[in-house]
Design a protein around this ligand. Sequence first.
Ligand code: GSH
Length: 209
Amino acid sequence: MSRILYGFPLSGNTHRVRLFLSLLGLEYREQEVSLVTGEHRRPDFLALNPLGQVPVLVEGELVLRDSHAIVYYLARTHDRDAEWLPREPAEASRVLQWLFMDANELHNGIGYARNHVAFGVACDLAAAQARARSALQVLEGRLVGERWLELGRPTLADVACYPLVSLSHQGGVPLGDYPSVAAWVKRVEALAGFVKMPKWPTEKVGEGG
Ligand SMILES: N[C@@H](CCC(=O)N[C@@H](CS)C(=O)NCC(=O)O)C(=O)O
């Protein structure tokens, strides 16, 4: 079955899906949709995602948008032992709460700050950085004395939060004040199948991800 990831190399949301596909060992082709030249607003891409956002996953006849929905789908369909997302409801929800935190607190904090500093997208930088620090403090509190966010093992919670957290320095919020978070980032990067985000093409903010 054909599997295509439509994404932008430096998009944290795209990287969430790229990383999980790699951790699962699934074959796929990546099709770049340039956010720089506006390919995400062209009719052919809007037919896949009317929101005009990457990533989109096309697997056979199925077209899915939103990185969190996509990794949920991949876990449920391609992770037979439910290692990354347990079937038991309470355990599953413990994992999912971190996906929703990524989509809200991390996106509105680290994501906005990075988009402003690295890509020049207008926002209230101080407010975004304050939201980033609040969210990182929650992660730090969770990870003191813990190796992983939930269930004592790598789960979709870690996959969901890793991309933006690892890019936080690009929004002017480095991880120096969050040593347990910084150690967890290294732990995720040591997982079998881990793949880095493609390198930053300019020297503006240093090495990306
Ligand atoms: N909730 C979505 C957010 C997707 C998103 O914001 N994508 C950004 C790139 S990281 C995008 O396509 N932005 C272009 C735009 O909104 O115009 C997800 O998790 O995939």
